[in-house]
Design a protein around this ligand. Structure first.
Ligand SMILES: Nc1ncnc2c1ncn2[C@@H]1O[C@H](COP(=O)(O)OP(=O)(O)OP(=O)(O)O)[C@@H](O)[C@H]1O
Ligand SMILES: [Mg+2]
Length: 370
């Protein structure tokens, strides 16, 4: 199998058995062995959130304080290498993030603290964040998450997996805590952690693709198209302000021209969309197509689908039928889709819909028990 440089380095480090850790448990009432062996019968156990693939997540309570305890599984059930490496990757990122937080106490305030993390013990201990029931996302919540993902990007950390499961909104703001797919990159010289070859992937696109367009699709279903379009416009306006800051930062730090130009063009396209309802509608078509097609492809590849995947396939079928020429003209068809005729593109999404139906019962959902 061919591994990229990061994967090779991670595999070599993992094989070496070298400890990677941050923090200590000197002042914590439980020992590392007690934490590692946490189960439903432990006195500190509150609940378990089993995701199945790489780790078990426990909510524990000690001296009236609640914590999130992630315990690595002996064997990862992930099929792909990045999935298998995700716990290891998270341990590395947790250590780096804590050091960044130590250096600048005003940085990364949307990222959960790590009390203790150790690759050799296979545990990650953090404070428990109490989520508020989420209905509509307020402007404050949107601002908080968009600034958070852009800040991580600016600090050289590119997150690929800003799914709903991986963001907690409390009363005041958004929290990030799952860093299985957060990779190092050079923001002044690269678009993302894959370098310069795929500019389509950037931090706000990742949030939109993994999270926000799923949310908009649900608004379309429950409140109709105008409500979804309004919610899109609201988010885009906040994204615009965040990326104005990103552009200024890239310029100030002398990023390479192609990286600066990409952000400038993005801002120009978004700005244009704010000038009329018709142009906002056009951007909505383009970005819906981009995000839903990327997200559905990822779910089908991972064989992990839900009713949302079927809704995405239906929307993509509708977009391919009604907007093929417009999508093609605006270079929205990517990764080989640009070579498909209208009927072939339609068939692609009809096929993905059948796959989504087939994979929607794959056991992967969260199982919680109090
Ligand atoms: N600090 C925390 N406070 C509250 N809830 C948390 C916290 N950390 C994790 N959770 C909950 O536990 C769930 C699983 O945690 P996390 O996303 O870190 O693991 P995972 O997705 O199972 O990891 P992986 O995909 O690497 O196997 C989250 O979706 C969230 O609901
Ligand atoms: Mg997760």
């Amino acid at each position: 199998m061919n591994f990229n440089r990061r994967q090779q380095m991670q595999l070599a480090l993992l094989k070496s058995g070298k400890e990677i850790s941050y923090g200590d448990l000197d002042a914590f009432p439980l020992s590392v062995e007690e934490l590692k062996n946490t189960s439903e019968t432990s006195p500190w156990f509150v609940s378990a959130i089993k995701h199945g693939q790489n780790a078990n997540l426990f909510r524990i309570r000690v001296d009236d304080c609640d914590y999130a305890l992630k315990v690595a599984k002996k064997r990862s059930a992930s099929k792909h290498i990045d999935g298998k490496l995700s716990f290891f990757n998270e341990v590395q990122r947790r250590c780096e993030i804590q050091r960044m937080k130590e250096q600048n106490q005003r940085a990364l305030t949307n990222v959960v603290e790590t009390i203790y993390v150790s690759i050799n013990h296979g545990i990650i201990l953090s404070p428990w964040i109490e989520a508020v029931p989420r209905r509509a996302l307020s402007d404050e919540q949107l601002k908080s998450i968009l600034y958070a993902v852009a800040e991580l990007e600016q600090m050289g950390l590119f997150g690929w997996d800003y799914r709903q499961d991986n963001i907690i909104f409390d009363q005041a703001k958004a929290w990030l805590f799952d860093f299985g797919y957060l990779y190092r990159f050079e923001p002044l010289n690269e678009f993302n952690s894959n370098g310069l070859k795929e500019p389509v992937f950037h931090s706000i696109e990742r949030f939109e693709t993994c999270f926000y367009f799923n949310h908009l699709l649900r608004i379309e279903k429950s409140q109709g198209h105008s409500a979804a379009l309004a919610a899109f416009g609201r988010e885009k306006q906040i994204a615009y302000n965040v990326y104005l800051g990103k552009l200024a930062w890239l310029q100030h730090h002398a990023a390479i021209p192609v990286v600066i130009e990409f952000v400038r063009e993005l801002l120009t396209a978004w700005e244009k969309a704010f000038s009329s309802q018709g142009l906002l509608e056009e951007l909505y078509v383009l970005e819906s197509y981009r995000s839903l097609s990327l997200d559905l492809q990822q779910e089908v590849d991972a064989e992990q689908c839900s009713s949302d995947s079927i809704a995405k396939a239906n929307k993509l079928i509708e977009l391919s039928k009604e907007h093929y020429d417009f999508l093609k003209m605006n270079n929205a068809l990517m990764f080989g889709d640009e070579r498909l005729s209208p009927s072939k593109l339609l068939r692609k999404y009809q096929y993905q819909k059948r796959l989504a139906i087939r994979f929607q019962d794959t056991p992967q959902a969260v199982v919680t028990f109090e």
